[in-house]
Design a protein around this ligand. Structure first.
Ligand SMILES: [Zn+2]
Ligand SMILES: [Zn+2]
Length: 221
């Protein structure tokens, strides 16, 4: 079975799961966006939907709500952050998801009134994933898309079937003040006078009479 076939099978599992129609739709989006079948992405997807429901808000279409996701670098199951993005609509492109790099499978969703909810995967669930055949293969250096499809689909299916209350620890709603001044988006761009590439005006550097992009300027940022 190649990776595409495995994804198709996972899609079928989503369709026949107990999830609501909107959850099913976006979970399939998440599956294709993510690109392989694993346990962390779908766990995070479900967690993201729990957070939206807890706050009583819709999936973010703009950049009003924000997510602080606690995964880090070189961390197993960092795939978690992809599930959170698709579920909540807070994405890298909209610049409203931020990594705290705590190395945890958790996140906080904050709405426009600074109402927040933090969701974590219960430790026993993550520990179960870590002792799965899927992770055993990953530890041997096998890429996620190359793991035995049977192992991948097994953990994926378990993630769909698990009851929310057995899956997540969900905080009460709390206040999460975001100290932030409103900065308007920059709709203007300038060509770098060294490389000729287009740069958002607010990222242009001025060096010895020239307007330069950051890499051409030699400055760090
Ligand atoms: Zn993954
Ligand atoms: Zn340049």
């Amino acid at each position: 079975m190649d990776a595409r076939e495995t994804i198709k099978k996972a899609e079928k599992l989503i369709e026949k799961s107990q999830l609501g129609d909107d959850d099913k739709h976006f979970m399939i989006v998440a599956l294709y966006f993510h690109g392989h079948v694993c346990p962390a992405m779908p766990a995070a997807f479900r967690a993201g939907r729990v957070a939206l429901r807890k706050l009583g808000i819709e999936r973010e279409r703009d950049s009003v709500s924000k997510v602080y996701v606690e995964t880090g670098h070189h961390q197993a199951a960092g795939c978690f952050a992809d599930g959170v993005q698709v579920a909540t609509g807070c994405t890298f492109g909209k610049d409203n998801i931020f990594k705290t790099n705590y190395g945890k499978w958790a996140f906080t969703l904050v709405d426009e009134k600074n109402r927040a909810v933090r969701v974590t995967v219960k430790p026993e669930v993550m520990e179960g994933n870590f002792s799965s055949a899927f992770i055993e293969e990953r530890k041997k250096g096998i890429l996620p898309s190359k793991v035995n499809p049977e192992f991948a689909l097994k953990v994926f299916e378990a993630t769909l079937a698990r009851k929310e209350e057995d899956f997540f620890k969900v905080s009460e709603i709390f206040n999460y003040p975001i100290e932030e001044k409103k900065v308007e988006s920059c709709f203007y761009a300038v060509r770098c006078q060294a490389c000729g590439e287009l740069v958002a005006e607010n990222y242009i550097r001025y060096k010895r009479g020239k307007l330069l992009c950051i890499p051409c300027s030699g400055y760090d940022s």
